[in-house]
Structures are given as structure tokens and as C-alpha cells.
Design a protein around this ligand. Structure first.
Ligand SMILES: [Zn+2]
Length: 135
């Protein structure tokens, strides 16, 4: 799985009605699954994972955290693309969310964190940005 010449490890997308029905059928046919554990309706997202990339992931050491499972980090990243908004009537709407930051390595190498979102990114790499609250 590649996009723009780069390997894509995983992708979260909103599922079509057909994909949701397929997943629900697969879950119901899973002999070990507890039917009570299947949300109704299921969240309308599907995560596609690059099997080769997944198998290459392992553990890495992160200074302030310790050993980190990259598979868990990948799943967390993809789930960050999901945004669930609950309205005043308690009805959920499911949306997709883009990355918090984007830029160019050469730009940052030359000018540093000159944009506010670069400064937030720099702070996040140092663990200085609090995790988002459940909204
Ligand atoms: Zn992403």
C-alpha cells in the first residue's frame, strides 16, 4: 500500500453501508465473539492495515515514555483520524479528522518552528502538549 511514493502503514476511512454490513456479518459469524460486545450501530469506520508494514513494526525506546509498541502507536494514530461529535439530543455524528501538522523537513531545518502549528509540534515532541480531552 503506497501513496505519493511513500509506504502507507494503515488508513482509517468512513465505511460504506456495504462495508458496515460485511463487518457486522463477520463479527456475528465469529464463534468466539460475544454478541453483546458488538456495538449497535457499529462506529462507521474501517481501518485498513498494510500487512507487510505491520509485520515490520516492533518496539522502540522513547526517552520520556520508555519502550513503545509501534503497532499500538499506529492504531492510535489511525484512531486519531476519527472524530465523533455528539449533538444536544445525544445523537452522534462521525467525521474524519486531518493531521494536526504538516510541513517540509528542509523548511524546518532552515527556519525552525516558525509557524504556530510547528511550535505545537515541537512542544508535542517534548511531551509538553497535553493529550486531548475526550470531546
Ligand atoms: Zn494519519
Amino acid at each position: 500500500m503506497t501513496a505519493k511514493g511513500k509506504t502507507v502503514l494503515a488508513k482509517l476511512k468512513k465505511a460504506s453501508e456495504f462495508e458496515l454490513a460485511l463487518v457486522e456479518t463477520m463479527m456475528l459469524n465469529d464463534k468466539g465473539a460475544d454478541p453483546e460486545s458488538i456495538p449497535d450501530p457499529p462506529p462507521p469506520y474501517i481501518m485498513v492495515v498494510n500487512n507487510d508494514g505491520w509485520l515490520d513494526l516492533g518496539e522502540i525506546m522513547v526517552d520520556r515514555v520508555g519502550k513503545v509498541d509501534q503497532c499500538e502507536a499506529l492504531v492510535f494514530h489511525e484512531l486519531c483520524h476519527a472524530r465523533v461529535e455528539i449533538n444536544k439530543e445525544g445523537i452522534a455524528s462521525y467525521k474524519m479528522r486531518d493531521h494536526d501538522f504538516t510541513g517540509f523537513f528542509t523548511e524546518v531545518a532552515r527556519y525552525g518552528a516558525w509557524l504556530p502549528h510547528y511550535q505545537m509540534t515541537e512542544a508535542a515532541f517534548k511531551g509538553e502538549v497535553p493529550p486531548e480531552d475526550d470531546e
